[in-house]
Design a protein around this ligand. Sequence first.
Ligand SMILES: *Cc1c(COP(=O)(O)O)cnc(C)c1O
Length: 415
Amino acid sequence: MILDKDSSTAAWDVAAVRAEFPILGELVNGQPLVYLDNAATSQKPLAVIERLDAYYRAGNANIHRGVHALSQEATGAYESARKSVAKFLGAPEERSCIFTRNATEAINLVAATWGRENIGAGDEILVSEMEHHANIVPWQLLAERAGAKVTVIPVTDRGELDLDAIPALLTDRVKLLALCHVSNSLGTINPVEQIIPLAKEKGITVLLDGAQSTAHFPVNVAKLGCDFFVFSGHKVCGPTGIGVLWGKPDLLNAMPPYQGGGDMIDRVSFAGTTFRKIPERFEAGTPHIAGAIGLGAAVEYLMARDQASLAAYEHELLAYATEQLQSIEGLKIYGEAARKVSVVSFIIAGIHPNDLGTMLDVDGIAIRTGHHCTMPLWARFGLEGSCRASFAFYNTMEEVDKLVASLKKAQKLLG
Ligand SMILES: *Cc1c(COP(=O)(O)O)cnc(C)c1O
């Protein structure tokens, strides 16, 4: 993280924060849960759990079109969640925030609509070697149909984008740059403020995959200058099944619909149907109303934290974990970018990541093992995957110690 020199971790009261996440008090396999799988999904604070509970207990109704009080209340809550999301993203207009199922659906929506209209034979879609499969496969499917090509920005040994390679890759054939803001496998924060202007100068449309960045630091789509930005609710303390596509309003309104059905139409007749403007244009059918409301509560929760001390605290966690893990013989960390979030991928020589993950689970420690949906990235490092410990602002230094002790124990048994 970008560290403010004056910020102090003492300002971050982790015990108080932990008390807001009931699951952190659970036992797993008879041991206190040590949850280090935050890059896969985050845990949920009471503010979100209670908001969902209250909605289903006292506020449930279908939205829009309803004349009765409960429907109007639910519509208000749903639209107010959209306002919160717009604030969270620094989006000037809330109508430009479309609720989707997750980041994956948001990317597929762009591929199926904008992509169908704008990507043709001979065109190129530029991605990077560190992309999540969700930001590779939809473009491959589109490219195959359109006769286009997916091209790739390489990754260096340290796990950073090879910036020197980018200018030559931004050819006149490139119509879209689809890039992760932060890598889920390496923790690398990509210098998008440097890369986006290069693409925009050439008239290239830019989609940022913010599924990891939004969990660690504030973003501002207006300042970033991208055209599309996507993220998932469940990685930012919100519910599963809800995500967001943000897009520039003119771009979104010019796109053909994604799914047809209720709510997205203007007038329907068998002679022809016309469609509404955003956001309804892309929200066919009854949406995940509770999910959106829960996501609104989640981003309000995050925005109310002190961002400087949160960032400083996560940075301390990352530095301490990196240092302690390196004390383990034969352990190698993948992802040594100068700017990274609190994600540590590693392997221990001679031991399969899955075996380590299984041993740690016995001690109540949840890490992720495998390819983390980034197979091309691991192929680049000659691996099939890694162990990944990903830390959130509610993790502690003691949990780092437990992780290291459990790894040393497993190494003795398996090595
Ligand atoms: C998790 C993740 C995705 C996909 O998110 P879903 O919630 O599974 O749709 C995409 N990109 C990155 C970088 C991710 O970490």
